[in-house]
Design a protein around this ligand. Structure first.
Ligand code: UGA
Length: 431
């Protein structure tokens, strides 16, 4: 099939590349000329394991083409995927301008019957609204049908997830659309869940809100564990063995970040608000996460009279490992506050340093290795559980000016750290 994908951001690019890998002819469209030039050369603008290799392979086999011209991509396309951004408006709602612009472009340029698949995360009812917009502007006698196909992939494992996901959700209103989408997705070998359009839209928000709830829940349990001298890692293992609870997404830490959970939880609150529903639980989830991002600051302030002129090493900046994404990372809030309190901050991240420079306060120093960051440090803060950080030799901490470690991601075995004479504070575990 010929498929056009509009938007070469995270979701669009991974979708386009994966669809080409299973044999479709894919045209990825973006208005950003520089980005398209880079993509044509097989270079990925984002750090995502396996993505560049797959891009290069499918470009070479003529299944994957990049263009800035919508008309070129849309010509003869059986299906057009919309994967443009839905950034957060100031009031927490989703900004749909980009999705609407693409819909109008489709009406203007398409000359054949087409299925339009919305991948972008959009509030319940948006797909129907876009269908109405298309119907209103459509002049010719064309069949342009909207399908909702939300995305569930995770940054850092996006390529793996594309081929090993738990389900593909398809929300459509005709047998024809279900049939086309089933044909497209069959080679992935992933169970397909067919439903109505509105439920598909809701599944995306409900899934992310539920996962965020699991994280905030275990983080609150961790905070109580600290006070009653229990160990949250043990508690998570113990409750996770109950299959109704499940053992995933129960890792206590300094909260969730990234481009999805913070934005989608707020958007769902907004969606509920519009229909006069007060989503109390979700409000709590969001609030707990905000406090959790600041937990290490609280712990530091309890431990020291002042942080002024203290040399603090920060290890890990990205919102999670295996990505260079800094969006909503706890490191942003933490570094800013440390600098406000007069600390002398030096940071290190294996991959996210360039992106970090764009968003962190200017007065911090960047080290080129863990060792360099720890040199002369009086305190080390671990914010992202990169493998490189988890494998740090305990001796490196002992060489610090004062070996005090605050670990926001429970990277180390409690007993070994404590035995080695390092002052080790972690999340939800006895000090
Ligand atoms: C998340 C969802 O997991 C995907 O299914 C979804 O498709 C995606 O959002 C999206 O809506 O596009 P992602 O943001 O890439 O994916 O990252 P996750 O691996 O889910 O992690 C999110 C945050 O939660 C990270 O900051 C991570 O450190 C934190 N987390 C995760 C925890 O603190 N504890 C856990 O047990 C799991």
């Amino acid at each position: 099939m010929k498929i056009a994908v509009v938007g070469t951001g995270y979701v669009g690019l991974v979708t386009g590349v994966s669809l080409s890998e299973i044999g479709h002819q894919v045209w990825c469209i973006d208005i950003d000329t520089e980005k398209i030039e880079m993509l044509k050369k097989g270079k990925s603008p984002i750090y995502e394991p396996g993505l560049s290799e797959l891009m290069q392979k499918n470009i070479a086999q003529n299944r994957l083409t990049f263009t800035t011209k919508h008309s070129e991509g849309f010509q003869g396309a059986d299906v057009i995927y919309i994967a443009v951004g839905t950034p957060e408006n100031e009031d927490g709602s989703a900004n749909l301008t980009y999705v609407e612009d693409v819909a109008l472009k489709i009406v203007e340029l398409v000359t054949q019957d087409t299925i339009v698949v919305i991948k972008s995360t959009v509030p319940v009812g948006t797909n129907n609204r876009i269908q109405d917009l298309i119907n209103q502007h459509k002049e010719r006698d064309l069949r342009i049908e909207i399908v909702s196909n939300p995305e569930f992939l995770k940054e850092g494992t996006a390529i793996y997830d594309s081929f090993h996901g738990d389900r593909i959700v398809i929300g459509a209103s005709s047998k024809y659309a279900f049939k086309i989408l089933e044909e497209i997705n069959k080679p992935f070998g992933i169970p397909i869940f067919q439903t109505d359009i509105r439920s598909a839209e809701m599944i995306k928000y409900a899934a992310n809100a539920f996962l965020a709830t699991k994280i905030s829940f275990i983080n609150e349990i961790a905070n109580i564990c600290e006070r009653v001298e229990a160990d949250v890692e043990e508690v998570a293992r113990g409750i996770g063995m109950d299959q109704r609870i499940g053992n995933k997404f129960l890792k206590a830490g300094i909260g969730y970040g990234g481009s999805c959970f913070p934005k989608d939880t707020k958007a769902l609150l907004k969606i509920a608000g519009v229909v006069d529903y007060d989503f109390e639980l979700l409000k709590g989830v969001i609030m707990v996460n905000k406090n959790q991002q600041e937990l290490l600051l609280q712990k530091l302030n309890n431990r020291f009279d002042t942080l002024k002129d203290k040399r603090i090493a920060i290890l890990g900046l990205a919102f999670k490992p295996n990505t260079d994404d800094m969006r909503e990372a706890a490191s942003i809030v933490i570094t800013e506050e440390l600098v406000n309190q007069g600390a002398n901050v030096v940071v290190y991240d294996p991959v996210a340093m360039e992106n970090a420079k764009k968003v962190l306060v200017p007065s911090i120093k960047y080290a080129s290795s863990v060792e360099e960051a720890l040199q002369e440090a009086e305190v080390a803060l671990i914010l992202t559980e990169w493998d490189e950080i988890k494998k740090i030799d305990i001796e490196s901490f002992r060489k610090m000016k004062t070996p005090i470690v605050f670990d926001g991601r429970n990277c180390f075995d409690l007993e070994s750290l404590q035995k080695s004479g390092i002052e080790y504070h972690s999340i939800g575990r006895p000090v």
